[in-house]
Design a protein. Sequence first.
Lengths: 110, 111
Amino acid sequence: QKEVEQDPGPLSVPEGAIVSLNCTYSNSAFQYFMWYRQYSRKGPELLMYTYSSGNKEDGRFTAQVDKSSKYISLFIRDSQPSDSATYLCAAWGNFNKFYFGSGTKLNVKP
Amino acid sequence: SAVISQKPSRDICQRGTSLTIQCQVDSQVTMMFWYRQQPGQSLTLIATANQGSEATYESGFVIDKFPISRPNLTFSTLTVSNMSPEDSSIYLCSVLDMRAFFGQGTRLTVV
């Protein structure tokens, strides 16, 4: 079992839709959770960063962590074609390295 | 947030040769990481490069194939040695500065 599991998609939605991206993790020692956006031929770009359980909002993006169920989510409101990219979740614990999901490819259709 | 400059951005190399990738950070960071990313795949950690000590390699990666230097807190290099077509991939440098930040990657094609 991988440390962080993520549905690879692809996920295709119409412009303006609410997008929900999800990951699960197996190690309860993970404390920090991140979401990255990666455009084609570019390096991953940090979108959201959360510590422990709860929600964090930044503009159209909301990151949610539920440590009781080991579930992390990213919600994108009013999705735009420019949101089309691959989204990677990541977790960090006391192991001196990050664990990444496999990435979900999102396509927002105009 | 840390700003990372990675060079070269891409290269096409002959099999059997070596390529050194450079990673420069605009601030001092303790931990730097090197990843490989196959097209359409997630990130695979090659090694962790810490200043003043030997790099720590993940299972499946060895120092002879991927030697790493970390001469100071703002710079690191990864060398891909004796390349074969299977080494064709994107190589990414990353640093830990409260969170992980990435360079733009080096797209390597071995022919």
